[in-house]
Design a binder for this molecule. Sequence first.
Ligand code: PEP
Length: 251
Amino acid sequence: MSRKNIVAGNWKMNLDLKSGHKLTQEICKADRDSNVQVILAVPFIHLSEVGAVSRYSSTISLAAQNVHFESNGAFTGEISSAMLKSTGAEYVLIGHSERRTLFNESNDVIKKKVDAALAKGLKVIFCCGESLEVRKKKRQNTFVKGQIVKGLFHLTPKQFKNVIIAYEPIWAIGTGETASPEQAQEMHAYIRKQIEAKYEGQGSKTSILYGGSVKPDNAKELFAQQDIDGGLVGGASLKAKTFVPIINAFK
Ligand code: PEP
């Protein structure tokens, strides 16, 4: 996977099937920057439907929001990588802060999910980011590096090529508070440096997205930063009228 401009929408646990279908149609039909890859991370039950609507658009890809690390078996309520693949999903979000905090996903579990997803040919959108407490102590770099090292740095260089990073400071998710373009750029440059140190030549090839209250009115400034390749968008991805301007914010 080469570095590209990406806007991913994370619908979280929102929208019923009918509204998800309608939103996908609106995004497909919208006047969009064709150089931007759009990824829709939708609830499991929407995958087939959203995939059916978007499959004629090469710039729209499908993602799941979670995956189980086992390949099959008695895991009531869980979904495997192979199942996701069979719906047409190309990507999966792993390590979102809501999974880490609300569902107690440890770095070890996240690592297993990364391995399971890559083994079945899914691409991983790996989320990382510090809490306000960590940032106040100025320990954000060490903290984020720890998440990346524990979740990803066991991968071979070939496997790592199928990873996108999403830096999402927890204090900016769903709070209306955004990291300043400078704060985000600083962390993205730091992450890129760590990737380059571990996987020579890969630093400049990895897409690193920013997430945390991205909106039409702040996307342009964020995406203009040298090391920010786009966004992972929660709230503003639920309406075409807020999501499409974010997709078009690179120009
Ligand atoms: C997210 O959930 O990944 C996210 C960034 O949410 P929001 O844009 O609503 O802050």
